[in-house]
Design a binder for this molecule. Sequence first.
Ligand code: FRU
Length: 494
Amino acid sequence: MSEWSREDRYQRYEDVSHEELHQLQEQVSASKYRQIFHIQPQTGLLNDPNGLIYFNGMYYLSHQWFPLGAVHGLKYWFNFTSKDLVHFEPQGPILKPDTIADSHGVYSGSAFEYNQQLYYMYTGNHRDDEWNRHSSQMIAKMNEDGTITKFPKPVISQPPQGYTQHFRDPKVFKHNESYYAIIGAQNEVLNARALIYKSNDIVNWELLGDLTTQLTEFGYMWECPDYFNLDGFDMLLFCPQGIEAQGEKFNNIYQSGYIMGQLDLTTMTMNHGDFIELDHGFDFYAPQTFIDEHGQRILIGWMGLPEINYPTDEDGWAHCFTLPRELTIEQGELKQRPIKALQQLRFNKETALGYANKFTRQLQPYDGTQYELIIDILENEATEIYFELRKNKNCSTLISYNTKTHKLTLDRTDSGLLPEPVMGTTRSTTLDTPLRQLQIFVDTSSIEIFCNDGERVLTSRIFPTEQADGIKVSTESGQVYLQLTKYDLKVGEQ
Ligand code: FRU
């Protein structure tokens, strides 16, 4: 299906025949871009991570899901469980659009524990006969047997006076025995806002107010807000829409980042520093955080963006999650590192120590299409270093680093097929300190680059041919002495 009518987009999954679903499933399985160690949709489109929680010894991770094709249509939540955040068991649709308030989509939301039970708070998206949007916030409880019971009516039935129907993505957090929900909103003069509600019984929610920050005119909508305290700092994550690009910053269609400081819930004011992007690659949006079994704050994002077409669309699926990242604050800076449990995926270790210069050819036997590559830079006298991955005669995904400016650039001009519209084919970030290390995760159709042990991350989808499996290091001039460690990655038994 190439043109999707409104009817097609709002068709219910339950009304589609087994044969049709089976056919779609076959089409998706045959896609050459299927990932091996990332959460991806079994069919159709995945977007935001939803309801992430570690509860009773198990991780629950859901995603926004339109099952019937690679477009944004009638949204469900599809749930996975996991014991380790590395192996995932698909559990199927967990929240379905089956009440009036969520008839046009079970939109994003979060999980929380109340009286030792697991609950979800999410946005019900309803369209009336004139196709006007009505947003409400709903709660569902997970029963002992894993089934779901929705509360009979929304707990917040509409946005407060003075706000539009862009009112969604509640993130629930607990503070001093009370429950709070932070919700993305838009006021009537079309400025993006974050509203905070409070409840002591999770049924009655009182509006505490509209959060005051220094960002009074910063986009027209903040999607997917998230609040937490990390190592003594209050962190507010959100996805502003309507921000202009500024040099290296804000080059994707929509942004995803954070402000850091102190939040005062009694005055509803946050004092904070600049808005900082969480990721500097092409494909990152709508992250959500939760606490893992070790008490660490973990972040998972959507490796995709709204309003962009991806090469997998014609195979009947789109997007995946990022790898889980552990967040910490060190010397007042946010660090994001891949979770340690990912080391379980490693097999086949290869290492090399040596010089690279402008003549360096392919480093054999370094090749692959699913691997983790750690590059330690031991001595650098090069003007610019080039790391090329997923490389052959026709393709190359290029990471370049300029020694003088500390600028790191990801160039996917020749990576293979590109998402459309193409909003530039390079993304750059200037590192705070000289490049010492890159830790890179390559899956069939993605690359996640962690720089200097968590200082910066660049996440992108890439769509090279299967034959593009080479790895090459070279320089513009001068030489670099480096150690390469490569592990092939595969998902084995738990
Ligand atoms: C972000 C978002 C959310 C919304 C959901 C709908 O990608 O637009 O604001 O709840 O996706 O799928």
